[in-house]
Design a protein around this ligand. Structure first.
Ligand code: ATP
Length: 574
């Protein structure tokens, strides 16, 4: 059923191609959308807005989601709540201070409501000082002013930004204009329009298949470009939107999974080391710039000069690669993730840090090669292209194809032994789906190794469990006795508690109020999140989030884990 469409609004005084939308009209429609609870109706209202937007369609398609620039763009407003509050206070008039704005904000939690609550219309005269003349504020002007604001940087830029916002707010004659302007600046429109709504509205307004819109969005991340292309050039136009060197796409993501899951799903499995670094998308143009982007499409090129140099030396066709940047020690072995973080996104002292921590690329996928988009090609084909393209085998992930779980497990053990985080398991036939966390890529990190520890004490439970021992003191074995390392109280059900009580009772040596001392006799297997150094226990270590897994009936205290094993595990986790 076609959702009901409201009659045209009186505000829309437009006349064919080239019409510029007034910001008041955008705001009035945004208010209508915000008031509409039903998804289908919301899509219809956004579709109406797109139709009315005319020449401003690209801007409106972003504004409606609270974006000023395309998602991949480096440009950001960089306006925080404080600057926004300051601008609102200034526009509200001489007797309103930031304190008043803050108080109102504390009440509603919505800068839009606060801005809408002041009378900026009375400041119209002030608007004249901003050179904008007397015309009503347009969507285009809002965009241009905000783009100018985004370009402002360096000392004094805060004042400049407040001045720009003040100028815009002063020209808001209607409550709604101020409401949505303030929210737009802080990138939270709160009108219930997300990426899916814009996708559906684009398809509905311009009568193009929703799949074609979705695909075009995946490769461009530019809602403005996609909406405009759908309108002007239809489905064929959308199909002609391709990946572009220099314009990043979202990274394909993984779910957690096991070797058994993978073999069951695909029979033949691709396994690769899971490098412990930072995700990067490398865009290389031999005749132009090499760009490196984070998994969130942030430009991190300047922080990683050696990766740029590497691409320049080893790639001679235009390409988009997906991979991981890892830190490498003097011995060639990978360093901990924390070391990579000292390099990633760094803006200052890049050259100095480069001396301290060397990074290298480990590429595992290829999205584009020499004019061809490869997103729909099977993984193994993309990987083969990658291997051809990059004339340095060390920089390309080793890929194991196997249907034998034992072989894959052995590969995983090898990965861990070489200092990697684990293995990735991938469907050999799968396409590259930007931004999706699907089942085609599984990540298998090692389970944290459990510890078998001796119970050397306990505490009585509380409340309902006051009659049984509820918390157990755990110790690791040393050459001449036992040293405590933590307490476990979670992971036991009533039956297990009763069972433990019975086992421990004969070994209770001493009792002091809530606590009892127990002679070493019972061994528990425990899981934990991390081993930490800690003065709390006599071993000098403590378990973070310990949980009971099992009673190790098969083990005597002499078979329990030693303190030196605890030390080794602690070292291994870095
Ligand atoms: P995690 O913290 O486990 O890295 P994540 O949320 O950053 O998770 P996921 O998609 O869940 O990302 O896990 C896969 C991540 O593993 C990738 O984002 C990438 O950074 C990293 N990685 C390392 N080696 C590979 C590889 N060979 N193939 C794919 N991803 C890899």
């Amino acid at each position: 059923a076609t959702p009901h469409r409201p009659p045209p609004r009186p505000l829309s005084a437009h006349s064919g191609y080239g019409h510029r939308m007034e910001f008041a009209e955008f705001a009035a429609r945004a208010a209508e959308i915000e008031a509409e609870p039903a998804d289908l109706e919301t899509v219809a209202l956004v579709a109406d807005l797109f139709e009315a937007a005319d020449a401003d369609l690209p801007i409106v398609a972003r504004f409606v989601q609270g974006r000023v620039f395309p998602a991949y763009s480096e440009r950001t407003l960089d306006v925080g709540p404080r600057l926004c509050r300051e601008a609102v206070a200034r526009a509200a008039g001489t007797n309103v201070g930031p304190g008043d704005v803050e108080d109102r904000l504390a009440e509603t939690g919505d800068i839009g409501a606060v801005a809408a609550g002041y009378d900026f219309g009375g400041q119209r005269g002030l608007g004249a000082f901003t050179d904008a003349g007397d015309d009503a504020l347009s969507v285009r002007e809002v965009y241009d002013e905000l783009a100018g604001l985004a370009a402002a940087a360096g000392s004094g830029s805060e004042d400049e930004k407040v001045a720009t916002l003040f100028g815009l707010l002063s020209r808001c004659e209607r409550d709604d204009e101020a409401r949505y302007l303030a929210r737009l600046v802080l990138a939270e429109m709160r009108i219930g329009v997300g990426e899916g709504t814009v996708r559906d509205a684009t398809a509905e307004t311009f009568d193009v298949p929703v799949d074609a819109v979705a695909r075009a969005l995946q490769v461009s991340n530019d809602y403005g470009l996609v909406a405009e292309t759908a309108r002007d050039r239809g489905a064929d136009g959308l199909d002609s939107i391709h990946l572009e060197i220099g314009r990043p796409v979202k990274a394909m993501l993984a779910q957690a999974g096991s070797v058994a899951d993978a073999v069951a799903a695909w029979e033949t499995v691709v396994a690769e080391y899971k490098y412990d670094g930072a995700r990067v998308q490398l865009h290389h143009d031999p005749d132009g710039r090499t760009g490196i982007f984070s998994r969130n499409m942030e430009d991190v090129t300047d922080a990683l000069p050696e990766v740029v140099e590497f691409a320049e030396a080893h790639l001679d066709v235009p390409a988009i690669l997906d991979g991981e940047v890892v830190a490498i020690g003097d011995d060639g072995a990978p360093l901990a993730f924390q070391e990579v973080l000292r390099r990633f996104r760094r803006k200052h002292d890049v050259e100095r840090m480069r001396e301290e921590v060397a990074v290298e690329l480990r590429a595992f996928d290829c999205l584009h090669a020499d004019g061809d988009d490869l997103l729909d090609a099977p993984l193994v084909e993309r990987h083969a292209t990658l291997t051809d393209l990059l004339d340095d085998a060390d920089a390309v992930s080793d890929l194991l194809r196997s249907d034998d779980p034992d072989e894959i497990e052995a590969f995983a053990a090898e990965a861990l032994a070489a200092g990697h985080e684990g293995v990735m398991l991938k469907d050999p036939a799968s396409a590259y789906t930007p931004g999706k966390r699907g089942k085609q890529w599984l990540k298998r990190k090692p389970d944290v190794e459990t510890l078998d520890l001796v119970v050397t004490g306990a505490e009585w439970g509380e409340g309902r469990r006051a009659e049984t021992l509820g918390t157990f003191l755990l110790s690791a074995r040393t050459d001449d006795g036992y040293e405590t390392i933590g307490k476990v109280a979670t992971g036991l059900d009533d039956e297990e508690l009763a069972d433990l009580d019975e086992r421990l009772e004969p070994h209770v040596r001493d009792e002091d109020g809530q606590t009892v001392v127990i002679d070493p006799a019972v061994v528990l297997e425990v899981g934990y999140e991390e081993i930490q150094r800690s003065p709390t226990y006599s071993s000098g270590y403590a378990l973070r989030f310990p949980r009971f897994l099992a009673v190790r009936d098969d083990k005597d205290p002499a078979d329990a884990d030693s303190l030196s094993r605890v030390e080794r595990l602690a070292e291994k986790q870095g």
